[in-house]
Design a protein around this ligand. Structure first.
Ligand code: 5GP
Ligand code: SF4
Ligand code: MG
Length: 455
């Protein structure tokens, strides 16, 4: 998911800014979109299934008037893909109204949920984020920042949160900093966003990343920071591999440069003789440029992407995913015929994409197709907000590299090593989660089979 928060009592049309910001975060979730605005503690909102552009009309944006806005684009990991599960979540409790947007996934949500239900609490959605809202509401006798801290002390998992209540905009990043969140400055206010690429659209100046275990409270046009938990940094390395936009900077590292580094390192780890390097657009493009630079094999275009088809992975079921690969990519026959190709993709999860593409390239006359993957084999499920399937559907968990090579029909197959990936992001590779590759989770996770907590 993607979240945005804008503080700006002096800003006219704050919902319009939230809309543009969400647009820049669209790649983080395409199922639903929503904006909530806060005017003197009164919250109005609009959310619907669909892309940002489909959900909001001018009329709707005009109606959302306020001093603070938060927005959310959703990509479901827990809870089905229904409008009731769209965010921001808006709840009314004794302490007033709260709107909350959550990127991440709680690993102990069903436990807390059961506990709250035993006390008669009613849930209206099947998303884990509602647990956070209900916990906050329980501590209604306290000031909001204390109530939030109380709630946070109960939950485990990944969360980048934007919350508005009263005159405040609040941002929170979990103690591992698994999901990104950063702070920017605009004329007359401040912005919080999942990725810094949203700041460019808003003409905001990047101030800094929110720290792992930090809560920021923006009020009276000032930013106050509270460290509510000790930092145990484990930013998701998959953000760099696939999820984030290349023009974002996360925890001080450019996503673009890390992808290019990854391509270079991959070329060192798995060199091959070939005539041309091509990418699976768009997610493999930057890494392919790095691979080409390092290997001195020219980069060329072999696949053309239909710009109007969404991200294939972010489709809730397998049938949709298969169809969208075909809708999305077409081979540039005249440029690949008779050539030995290196095909670069960012990741192999189920293997659907690679198998389809190798088939297409061979059918169009490619002489050889050498697949190079810019991340290690995905062997373990993610419990922190990236919808990798359960282990039996992860092609890398149940097959050897040679078996995968045969399955996808490639002439050779090479994956980036875990060390290579870590090095491509940070020189020392510290402070990153790589559990889906290594199984080394930054916290205790539910047993396999228990992954979809509310499904
Ligand atoms: P597969 O077809 O192997 O299941 O999917 C791999 C493709 O899905 C890659 O090309 C990658 O770009 C894309 N992808 C999209 N979203 C995600 C995601 O959330 N996680 C992973 N691992 N890959 C994704
Ligand atoms: Fe990211 Fe993988 Fe860790 Fe999940 S398990 S947070 S996808 S690095
Ligand atoms: Mg891809």
């Amino acid at each position: 998911c993607g979240v945005i928060g804008i503080y700006g009592p002096e800003i006219e049309n704050i919902s319009q800014l939230a809309y543009f910001g969400l647009h820049a975060l669209q790649h983080r979730g395409q199922e639903s979109a929503g904006i909530a605005v806060n005017k003197d503690g009164k919250i109005t909102y609009y959310k619907e299934m669909g892309l940002v552009q489909e959900v909001f009309s001018d009329t709707v944006i005009q109606r959302l008037q306020g001093d603070i806005a938060i927005g959310h684009v959703r990509y479901s990991t827990t809870g089905e893909s229904f409008v009731t599960n769209a965010q921001p979540l808006v709840v009314h409790y004794k302490g007033g109204a709260i709107a909350l947007g959550h990127n991440g996934n709680l690993v102990n949500a069903n436990q807390i949920r059961e506990e709250l239900e035993d006390h008669g609490v009613i849930f209206q959605t099947s998303i884990d984020s509602e647990v956070i809202a209900n916990l906050i509401a329980r501590y209604n006798a306290m000031p909001i920042d204390e109530a939030i801290q109380k709630a946070l002390s109960r939950i485990r998992g990944s969360y980048a949160l934007v919350i508005t209540h009263g005159q405040k905009l609040i941002g929170v990043r979990d103690p591992n900093g698994l999901r990104p969140l950063c702070l920017g400055k605009i004329e007359g206010g401040y912005v919080l966003a999942s990725e810094s690429c949203a700041f460019n659209v808003l003409n905001a100046e990047f101030v800094r990343d929110i720290d792992a275990g930090e809560m920021v409270i923006i009020e009276e046009n000032k930013v106050r920071s509270i460290r509510y938990a000790e930092e145990r940094k484990a930013l998701c390395s998959f953000e760099f591999v696939y999820f984030a936009r290349p023009d974002s900077i996360m925890d001080g590292q450019s996503v673009y440069l890390s992808r290019r580094n990854a391509g270079r390192i991959l070329a060192q780890e798995y060199p091959v003789e070939a005539d041309m390097v091509i990418a699976v657009p768009d997610s493999g493009t930057v890494a392919a440029i790095g691979f080409a630079e390092e290997s001195k094999i020219p980069f060329g275009e072999g696949l053309i992407k239909n710009r109007y088809v969404g991200r294939t992975f972010i489709q809730p079921d397998q049938k949709m995913r298969e169809l969208s690969v075909r809708l999305k990519l077409n081979v540039l026959k005249e440029n690949i015929k008779g050539k030995r190709l290196v095909l670069i993709d960012d990741s192999i999860v189920r293997g659907t994409t690679s198998r389809r593409i190798v088939d297409l390239l061979k059918a169009a006359g490619a002489k050889e197709v050498h697949v190079r993957v810019c991340s290690p084999p995905v062997k373990f499920s993610c419990y922190f907000g990236i919808d990798t399937p359960t282990r039996k559907n992860l092609v890398g968990a149940v097959n050897s590299i040679e078996e995968i090579r045969q399955m996808i029909g490639a002439d050779s197959l090479g994956y980036l090593s875990i060390e290579g990936l870590m090095k491509s992001i940070h020189i020392d590779g510290q402070g990153l989660c790589n559990a889906c590759f290594s199984g080394d989770y930054p916290m205790e996770v539910p047993k396999e089979g228990n992954k979809f907590l509310f499904e």
